[in-house]
Ligand binder design. Structure first.
Ligand code: FAD
Length: 329
């Protein structure tokens, strides 16, 4: 019987269809290590188990609870919530950390209801005080940080992808604990068929990307938006957009950054021809370094930019690309 540390933090790690741990794993374990001892839970088929356990150890999981799929390949969410319930009963953690992905939010919400826990969504940081684990949120377009301080039980916290820089120390041989999961039999959406979408882009995915280059209405047309993509490719960055650029049809909705789009927290965010409306800022203001190019020196994006260029994107960006290319030689 494994003894779990009194300050254990239970971390649910997603496994991708490719069989690898999701990119969010490093930040989740990093966050857990800041406030306690990370204990990972991985729901995975037996053939992938050893590889993902080793990967979790490298990212700082001292203990890894593993359980088979228990129907997670044929039903959405409920099998993972069942596994979390079993893991939580075993570990009695101080908090439960889950990625703020679409699936993660679903799992977290259901698990919080089932365990009568406080739910703190889209946290950009965690901390601890005398009473337990706290979640930090970036609110009102990033203008304020609010703290959730649950007063009972272990908080269930979803962590924004890319928001946590801290990394836990690697553990060479994590303790592996097989978990017995009793299926709750609660209703779940059934997966009838499964098609793996083949990425047609070699660019990083926007959610969780380390670098993002976004374009706004200032690009002027779908054709001219290619300039944003050129700079992104030069930097190895993901491409994002403002809602105005999406509404104008320059790029699909999946590119939209902001309150009603994707929230990103990259190391570098470059905003090209974007005014910086509060709804856009809500999705990118926690980026570590913000660079803006806008021909209007009074554009609100400059209020939050670390580096700003007042100029025409069609003049500035080609020069920037040329300089970056020259630097690579
Ligand atoms: P604009 O505000 O039109 O700004 C274009 C900028 O480009 C200007 O600052 C201009 O000076 C500059 N420019 C023009 N030409 C050039 C050039 N050649 N070189 C350099 N600069 C140039 N917006 C989002 O982005 N994401 C959201 O999720 C979102 N959700 C919303 C939800 C609600 C409920 C509402 C009401 C709005 C939402 N919006 C959202 C819309 C938001 O309010 C703004 O309208 C939008 O962000 C503006 O996009 P933009 O900056 O590209 O366009």
């Amino acid at each position: 019987m494994t003894d779990f540390a009194a300050d254990s933090i239970l971390v649910h790690l997603d496994v991708m269809p490719s069989g690898e741990l999701a990119k969010s794993a490093a930040g989740l374990l990093g966050a857990a290590a800041q406030v306690g001892t990370p204990v990972a839970l991985i729901v995975v088929g037996e053939e992938r188990r050893d590889a993902v356990v080793a990967a979790a150890g490298e990212l700082g999981a001292a203990v890894v609870l593993t359980t088979g799929l228990n129907g997670a390949d044929t039903a959405l969410t409920v099998p993972v919530v069942d596994a979390l319930a079993a893991a939580s009963a075993l570990v009695t953690p101080d908090a439960v950390l889950i990625s703020n992905s679409i699936e993660g939010r679903d799992v977290a919400g259901r698990f919080a209801v089932r365990s009568s826990s406080a739910l703190c969504v889209d946290a950009v940081g965690v901390a601890r005080d005398a009473e337990g684990v706290l979640a930090e949120h970036s609110v009102y377009g990033g203008a304020y940080t609010s703290i959730s301080a649950p007063t009972f039980g272990a908080a269930v916290i979803t962590i924004r992808q890319g928001a946590i820089d801290a990394r836990a120390e690697a553990v060479a041989s994590p303790v592996v604990v097989p978990l017995d999961v009793a299926a709750s039999g609660l209703p779940a959406a059934t997966i009838e068929s499964f098609d793996e979408a083949v990425a047609t882009s070699s660019r990083p995915e926007l959610r969780g990307a380390g670098k993002v280059v976004s374009g706004g209405r200032g690009l002027g047309s779908k054709e001219k938006f290619a300039l944003v993509e050129d700079l992104a490719d030069t930097l190895g960055a993901a491409v994002g957009a403002s809602r105005a650029a999406v509404d104008a049809g320059y790029v699909p909705y999946s590119y939209q950054v902001g309150q009603t789009g994707v929230s990103v927290a990259p190391q570098l965010y470059i905003a090209l021809g974007i005014s910086g409306a509060i709804q856009h800022r809500a999705g990118m203001q926690t980026a570590k370094t913000i660079v803006a190019v806008n021909k209007d020196g009074d554009a609100p994006i400059f209020d939050i930019a670390d580096f700003g260029v007042v100029g025409d994107v069609f003049t500035v960006v080609p020069q920037l690309i040329a300089a970056l290319e020259a630097g690579k030689k």
